[in-house]
Design a protein around this ligand. Structure first.
Ligand SMILES: NC(=O)c1ccc[n+]([C@@H]2O[C@H](COP(=O)([O-])OP(=O)(O)OC[C@H]3O[C@@H](n4cnc5c(N)ncnc54)[C@H](O)[C@@H]3O)[C@@H](O)[C@H]2O)c1
Length: 283
């Protein structure tokens, strides 16, 4: 894969010395965001969880190994001279989130950007969906954004302001069959982002959302298994997904990281949800 470390998107060191917390940064798009900020001189905390409270997720397990991945990523980047540390935290559990911000406050005494890059998906038609499945998927995508944002505000405001970037989705722009709980949560992330941006506009805290389209991470490995039709090969299914994209190209983690970098430093942009989806959600 072409990582941002090998091919950095445009821009220079506007994040020099800044403290950036990336929740869900151990793998997938979050890890590309970690690398992009590190490359621009930020001190980065990669938070991720080894264990989640439900198995209604694309790892099909409560043991997801995210903190192990975060530690490996942080060690690899430290070896290259970047200032990156890993922290174990479940963004959907308030006591875990409180402890995470206490650690960041003690270690750095400031915080400039929080990126909420965690999330879980799960496939099930509404007719067969249990309330627990609905609740857990909403919790894993939306409650965590609320908790991480709420507990970030004190540190973000303390040093004159900062920025929160939340991960929504193309599924926060349009409905997709068999992921109604995920769509409800991702539409919710956009509403939450807009409302918090208005609350915080005069406190110097900006809040925006990114809406990726189809990025081939662990999440899509699971979705592909679920969406492959009888008699269809994996390659044929990928091709069917690719044909849903007007540009006919999947997005890459570094495409999303580039937008996150921009939103983290764009001083007049707040309350927005911006898509990187090859035109999938064009009105
Ligand atoms: N992959 C896509 O095509 C796609 C498209 C649109 C939106 N998204 C969204 O992008 C974000 C990143 O997804 P990805 O594709 O990189 O998935 P991924 O599984 O590769 O990475 C997600 C990371 O978040 C961590 N995580 C999950 N729940 C957590 C929690 N409660 N606390 C802390 N860490 C947690 C996981 O351990 C994992 O390391 C998610 O919000 C996802 O919904 C993905």
């Amino acid at each position: 894969m072409n990582t941002p470390l090998e091919n950095p998107p445009g821009g220079t060191g506007d994040h020099d010395g800044k403290v950036v917390l990336v929740a869900g940064g151990g793998r997938g798009m979050g890890s590309a965001v970690v690398e992009a900020f590190a490359l621009r001189g930020a001190r980065v905390v990669v938070a991720d969880a080894n264990r989640l409270s439900s198995s209604y997720n694309h790892y099909r397990s409560t043991d997801v190994g995210g903190f192990d991945a975060a530690e490996e990523l942080a060690a690899r980047l430290r070896d290259k001279g970047f200032d990156v540390t890993a922290a174990e935290a479940d963004a959907a559990r308030e006591e875990s989130v409180r402890a995470l911000f206490a650690t960041v406050g003690e270690r750095y005494g400031r915080l400039d950007t929080v990126v909420n890059a965690f999330g879980v998906t799960h496939v099930c038609p509404v007719e067969r969906m249990e309330l627990d499945e609905f609740t857990r998927v909403v919790e894993g995508n939306l409650n965590g954004v609320f908790l991480m944002s709420k507990h970030a505000l004190g540190l973000l405001r303390a040093d004159g302001g900062g920025s929160i970037v939340n991960f929504s989705s193309v599924s926060g722009r349009s409905g997709f069959a068999k992921v109604a709980h995920y769509c409800a949560a991702k539409f919710g992330v956009i509403g939450f982002t807009a409302a918090l941006a208005l609350e915080e506009a005069r406190n110097g805290v900006r809040v925006n959302a990114v809406c990726p389209g189809i990025v081939r991470t662990n999440m899509w490995n699971y979705l592909l298994e679920e969406f492959t039709r009888p008699g269809e090969t994996e390659d044929e299914c990928w091709e069917r997904m690719r044909m849903m994209i007007p540009q006919r190209e999947f997005q890459r983690p570094e495409d999303i990281a580039e937008l996150v970098l921009y939103l983290a430093s764009a001083r007049r942009v707040t309350g927005q949800a911006v898509s990187v989806d090859g035109g999938m959600s064009a009105p």
